[in-house]
Design a protein around this ligand. Structure first.
Ligand code: TRP
Length: 445
């Protein structure tokens, strides 16, 4: 058995491979499409600061919790939770089944609409290559014609799901790890090239000021909750994606360092994407608060007017597709791992079978924007936070101290102070903050 084949179920061959795959999961439409537009809507710098605080107080503690549960449990999310919490009796069983069901549901639901949005990005790649035509009357019309055309949206959704299934069927090491080792460096290279471009063509100064000079008069309770919810989504938390990837990790040694690397990459890439996008927006005198259409309407409009715009547009939308691809892979992998580990299905059968079901579930989202929003809200506002709450409570209160602190114990010097800080946070701070997100979602305040 090679190193990469722990227990015969596959695994990441290298530590770098794990970091890139987990970062690939985290960096997605959330970073390049959603983060810039919500930052624009909530007024910039102050929102960014709040978001960073949420990453620290909710994101990092949960990321460690998920990775260590996977690493110690060594199986898909349901079986890992079960292995580590069974000794606690009923609370353990409730947490296990709650998280397991939410994970499968979220995997299906999120990927189903995520693939439709990612499919739109593929369409814009096709436009940039001259393979599809844009509407002569402007970007707004182009986007409306795409999103309003169920057949066309479904076609690109199909293409995207095909790409995702292909990689997941290939296995952890020769599919996921290999793909992410190419996709993530490519993504960073494109992003840096775009940053260099706006550095030369202007707008970077206003963009920096917008993102990093906080104006707290624009902060509302609403903004805080939005930032908290987004911290979740952007780090792929609350549905066992990081549990599943953690289960393919070889040792406890690097869990803490790796989770910091993943959070750092995710945050940096979101900020750089924001810098690039707002530089383009400000250099053309456009509005930062354009909402969800920022990437699909405002940007293409601006690309059409700038020097070398067609090429910049191509680079940008390839970036978006690549980011979404490695995230889609992790969403499918959560459910596939469960089929393989628990039901003994072959990886290929599981990837294709489950992938086809997700594809079918995505069709209503391709044909109806309202259905897409419904899926988005259901998962982001309710299912992920509930899953995250259960994972935080299980990690903080049900795991044995040895399992809980394994990643810190592996640090030079034993990491006792860090372990104590983390334990306190995951027991008290994270659950309370996540509960606030859930109550807000329910309209309690
Ligand atoms: N983190 C991804 C993004 O920012 C989306 C994502 C992938 C995700 N896997 C997930 C979100 C699992 C929640 C749970 O686009």
């Amino acid at each position: 058995m090679s190193d990469g084949e722990k227990g015969g179920r596959g695994g990441f061959q290298t530590d770098l491979g794990f970091v890139l795959a987990a970062a690939g999961s985290a960096v997605g439409l959330g970073n390049i499409w959603k983060f810039p537009y919500i930052t624009g809507e909530y007024g910039g710098g102050a929102f960014v600061l709040i978001y960073l605080a949420c990453i620290a107080l909710v994101g990092l503690p949960l990321l460690y919790a998920e990775m260590i549960i996977g690493r110690r449990g060594g199986k898909d999310v349901l079986d890992s939770m079960s292995a580590l919490t069974a000794h606690s009796g009923l609370p353990g069983r409730l947490a296990t089944w709650g998280v397991g069901l939410l994970a499968v549901g979220s995997g299906f639901f999120i990927l189903s609409f995520y693939a439709v949005v990612a499919g739109w990005a593929v369409h814009f790649v096709a436009i940039s290559l001259g393979l599809a035509s844009s509407d002569a009357s402007g970007s707004e019309a182009t986007f409306t014609a795409l999103a309003g055309n169920g057949g066309l949206s479904a076609w690109w959704h199909t293409v995207f799901m095909g790409l995702v299934i292909l990689v997941v069927a290939g296995g952890v090491q020769s599919g996921i790890e290999r793909a992410c080792k190419i996709l993530m460096p490519a993504l960073m290279a494109i992003l840096l090239a775009l940053l260099a471009y706006v550095g030369v063509t202007g707008g970077l100064g206003s963009s920096l000021a917008f993102l990093f000079e906080p104006d707290f008069s624009k902060v509302s309770g609403e903004a805080v909750l939005e930032a908290l919810g987004h911290a979740f989504f952007t780090l792929s938390l609350g549905m066992g994606a990081m549990v599943t990837y953690g289960s393919y990790l070889q040792s406890d040694r690097h869990v803490v360092r790796d989770q910091l690397a993943v959070a750092f990459l995710d945050t940096t890439i979101a900020l750089v994407a924001g810098l690039v996008i707002f530089a383009v927006v400000f250099s053309m005198g456009a509005e930062p608060g354009a909402g969800p259409g920022l990437v699909f309407i405002t940007l293409p409009d601006l690309f059409a007017q700038i020097p070398g715009g067609a090429f910049v547009s191509l680079a940008f939308f390839v970036l978006l597709v690549v980011a979404a691809w490695s995230s889609g892979i992790s969403l499918l992998e959560v459910v596939v791992a469960l089929g393989v580990d628990r039901f003994g299905w072959s990886r290929k059968t599981a990837a294709i079978g489950i992938g086809l079901l997700v594809w079918a579930l995505g069709l209503p989202s391709a044909f109806s924007g309202e259905f897409l929003d419904f899926m988005d809200n259901l998962t982001t506002r309710y299912m992920l936070p509930t899953g995250g709450l259960l994972i935080a409570l299980a990690a903080g209160w049900l795991l044995t101290t040895e399992d809980r602190e394994a990643g810190f114990a592996a640090l030079p010097g034993g990491g006792a102070a860090l372990a104590a800080t983390w334990t306190f946070t995951i027991r008290f701070v994270t659950p309370v903050l996540v509960l606030l997100v859930i109550l807000h979602g329910l309209g309690v305040f």
